[in-house]
Design a protein around this ligand. Structure first.
Ligand SMILES: Cc1cc2nc3c(=O)[nH]c(=O)nc-3n(C[C@H](O)[C@H](O)[C@H](O)COP(=O)(O)O)c2cc1C
Length: 349
C-alpha cells in the first residue's frame, strides 16, 4: 500500500463511515451567559495573533491532505477560503511528496493563496528510524519550503500507528530529534485525536516547541478509520486492536486545560461550530482547529468552505455577545460549568 493510496482511503472512509469517538466532550461544558450585556455586536473583534501571524478569526483548518492527485482540489478549496476569511491552514503529512516530488503541487497549491498562517506537516514517527530511515534535515526543509510555511506541525499519531497494519512502532529518541527540529522552525506539536497530557506539554516546553495543537478525543478517531481499513483488508487482528483503541485518549477540553503551560494552544478534536471554538478559547487556547467538518465542505466546493467559516464566525460572535466579551481575550473571564463525563475527568484525573 503506497502512502498516496492510504491518504485516499482515509478521505473516503472519513467521508462515508461514522468514525467519531463515542462522546463529544465539548458538550460537557456549559457557559454562564448574561442577559444584559454591554456590547455592540458590530464592534466585536475576533482577531488574534498566533505564532506571529495575524488571523481575522481564531480558527485553523487542521492538517488533512495532499499526496494524491485528487487531493489538490481539496487543498485549493480550503486555501482559497482560508485566505479570503483570514484563518490559518495546515496541509496533511508531506511524506508522500518527500518520497515522490511529482506530488508536490497537491500541497504547494496552498502557497498560491494568501493564507495568513500556513502550516507544513510531518509525522513524529518519521523523525526517527523505523523500517525506513528517518527524515533528513533537508527533507524537512523541503516540506517547509514547499508550502512556504510559517510553522511546522509535527504530528503525534501513535494511537493510529498501533491500530494500522503498516504502523510505525519506534519512538525512542523522539525528544532529542524534536528538540533539534524546534531550534530551526516554529514547531507545533500536534495530536491527531488522542490529546496531550500535562507531562507531554511540559516535555514540549523543554524541547523548545512553539505551540501545541491539542487534537483531543471528541471527534475523528483514527483508530476507527484504521478499523474500517482493516475490515476491508481482512486483517482480523488489527481489526480487533483498532476497535479496542477506537475511544482511546484524553478528552479535547481536558487536554486544553492540561496544556496550559505558557505556550500558545490550538484547541482541536471534535470542534464542530463556533460555540466549541468559544469553549476552547475559554479554557486558554489562542485559536481552535477543525478537520472533518472542513473536509466534508471542501469535497463539495470552495463556497461550502466559505459558508462553514461564516457560520462558525456568527456562532462565535453570538457567544461573545451573550457573554459580553468584546475581544477574544475577554472570553477567558467567562464562567463555565463542567458536567457529565468531562466533570469526572476534572475531579479525578
Ligand atoms: C481526512 C483527514 C486526514 C488527516 N490527515 C492528517 C495528517 O496528515 N496530519 C495530521 O497532523 N493530522 C491529520 N488529520 C487529523 C486532523 O488534523 C485532526 O487532528 C483530527 O481529525 C481531529 O479533528 P476533527 O475531530 O475536527 O476531525 C487528518 C484528519 C482528517 C479528517
Amino acid at each position: 500500500m503506497t502512502i498516496e493510496n492510504r491518504k485516499i482511503d482515509h478521505i473516503r472512509i472519513i467521508n462515508e463511515e461514522n468514525v467519531s469517538h463515542d462522546h463529544n466532550y465539548w458538550n460537557d461544558i456549559e457557559i454562564m451567559q448574561t442577559s444584559m450585556p454591554e456590547i455592540d455586536f458590530d464592534e466585536i473583534d475576533t482577531s488574534v495573533e498566533l505564532l506571529g501571524q495575524k488571523l481575522r478569526l481564531p480558527l485553523v483548518i487542521s492538517s488533512m491532505t495532499g499526496g494524491h492527485p485528487e487531493t489538490k482540489k481539496i487543498n485549493e478549496n480550503l486555501a482559497r477560503a482560508a485566505a479570503e476569511k483570514g484563518i490559518g491552514m495546515g496541509v496533511g503529512s508531506e511524506r508522500a511528496a518527500i518520497a515522490n516530488r511529482d506530488l508536490g503541487d497537491t500541497y504547494s497549491v496552498i502557497a498560491d493563496y494568501d493564507v495568513p498562517l500556513r502550516i507544513a506537516n510531518i509525522g513524529a514517527p518519521q523523525l526517527i528510524k523505523q523500517e525506513k530511515l528517518a527524515l533528513t534535515d533537508s527533507e524537512i526543509e523541503y516540506a517547509v519550503e514547499l508550502v512556504k510555511a510559517h510553522a511546522l506541525a509535527v504530528h503525534f499519531n501513535f494511537v493510529q500507528e498501533m491500530s494500522q497494519p503498516e504502523g510505525d512502532r519506534n519512538s525512542k529518541g523522539i525528544f532529542e530529534r524534536l528538540s533539534s527540529v524546534s531550534k530551526k522552525y516554529k514547531v507545533i506539536a500536534k495530536e491527531t485525536g488522542a490529546g496531550f497530557s500535562r507531562k507531554d506539554a511540559m516535555n514540549f516546553l523543554t524541547a523548545g516547541v512553539s505551540a501545541i495543537d491539542t487534537g483531543g478525543r471528541s471527534g475523528t478517531s483514527f483508530s476507527a478509520v484504521e478499523y474500517y481499513r482493516s475490515v476491508e483488508k481482512g486483517n482480523l487482528e488489527k481489526e480487533e486492536v483498532a476497535k479496542s483503541l477506537w475511544n482511546w485518549g484524553i478528552p479535547s477540553p481536558f487536554s486544553v486545560i492540561e496544556c496550559n503551560v505558557g505556550m500558545p494552544i490550538i484547541a482541536s478534536g471534535g470542534v464542530r461550530n463556533g460555540l466549541d471554538v468559544f469553549k476552547g478559547l475559554m479554557l486558554g487556547a489562542t485559536a481552535s482547529g477543525a478537520a472533518s467538518i472542513f473536509l466534508k465542505a471542501a469535497l463539495k466546493s470552495h463556497n461550502e468552505v466559505m459558508k462553514t467559516i461564516d457560520t462558525i464566525e456568527t456562532e462565535l460572535k453570538s457567544a461573545m455577545f451573550l457573554t459580553s466579551s468584546p475581544r477574544i481575550i475577554d472570553i477567558r473571564k467567562t464562567k463555565r460549568v463542567f458536567i457529565g463525563r468531562l466533570n469526572s475527568w476534572m475531579s479525578q484525573a
